[in-house]
Design a protein around this ligand. Structure first.
Ligand code: SAM
Length: 279
């Protein structure tokens, strides 16, 4: 075996291995893995790097998500650390960020991110609005520590805080922007999930009960109490769930003002506000 291998040959070999394992975009993943083992400016893989690459390709061939292997994922052009305790941020969720940033000017605003995971939603809006601050909440302590790392790394630690909680149970306050991407996979959808998701991503970040709507049912009754009159809630929904979630919110004093589609044309973000002033 040659001691060093060119980047071209390394990508070629890794692509072949990943294609044989049935990975959908083997060349893209191969390039990412090769870049991951290379130092800055390096164009050849030395012996040790070849062995590192071989192990990474094996993990990817076993369907471990690329983001878990590299330890990071881009979202809203920001880099987020991720691990097996956090959902890998999805491009679809940028629909919530676009909707929240398009909401009529709020000036100083308080943001609540329910089910914050890696902290990607909270960090994305705070990065765009220097006058906003935010609270991220998650039930998973390990996910919260990843979110804390990310917010600090992005220079947003002083405008954010994190709390462990079970949805809205321990919350009071009045928030202008409520972001929430809850678990929404229905039980019957599990057999159709990619192995990357079903085997490696945290079940607590995915499972939405029998019909996928269990978390919305938990969250909806208290959402209005936690929202200011000028603000809005931006809830991510799965394919086919938007009208059910809109109806549910309507039963709890919230009016749906918009349902925004993602880039694939799937209704992805339900935007709701309070109907009436209380008392
Ligand atoms: C779909 S992930 C979203 C993560 C992140 N906001 C994102 O968009 O990538 C749902 C998150 O909700 C959290 N979660 C699940 N059940 C919860 C509960 N009862 N209370 C608070 N958070 C919960 C999970 O730990 C997970 O981080």
């Amino acid at each position: 075996m040659r001691a060093s291998l060119s980047v071209y040959d390394a990508v070629f070999e890794a692509t072949r291995h990943l294609a044989e394992a049935g990975i959908a975009q083997p060349r893209i993943d191969a390039r990412v893995l090769v870049e991951h083992v290379l130092g800055v400016g390096e164009r050849h893989l030395e012996f040790g790097q070849r062995e590192d690459l071989r192990q990474l390709v094996q993990r990817r061939a076993a369907r471990e998500p690329l983001a878990h292997i590299t330890g990071h994922r881009e979202f809203w052009s920001l880099t987020f650390a991720v691990n097996r305790h956090t959902l890998v941020p999805r491009p679809d969720s940028e629909t919530l960020i676009e909707a929240a940033l398009a909401w009529p000017a709020l000036g100083r605003a308080a943001v609540l991110d329910l089910g914050s995971g890696s902290g990607c939603l909270l960090a994305a809006v705070l990065s765009e609005r220097p006058e906003w601050w935010g609270l991220g909440l998650d039930i998973d302590a390990a996910a919260l520590s990843v979110a804390g790392y990310n917010l600090d790394a992005l220079g947003l630690g002083t405008r954010s805080c994190l709390v462990r909680g079970d949805w809205t149970d321990c919350l009071t306050g009045s928030f202008d922007v409520v972001l929430c991407n809850p678990p929404y996979i229905a039980e019957k959808e599990w057999p159709d999930l990619d192995p990357e998701v079903a085997t490696f991503e945290p079940r607590i970040a995915l499972a939405g009960g029998t019909d996928g709507l269990a978390c919305y049912r938990r969250i909806a009754p208290r959402l209005g109490d936690l929202m200011s009159m000028r603000g809005a809630a931006f809830l991510e929904v799965g394919a086919g769930q938007a009208t059910h979630v809109a109806e549910l919110l309507g039963h709890h004093g919230l009016g749906v003002v918009e349902i925004k589609e993602d880039l694939a044309g799937i209704p992805r973000c339900v935007v709701a506000r309070r109907w009436n002033r209380r008392g």
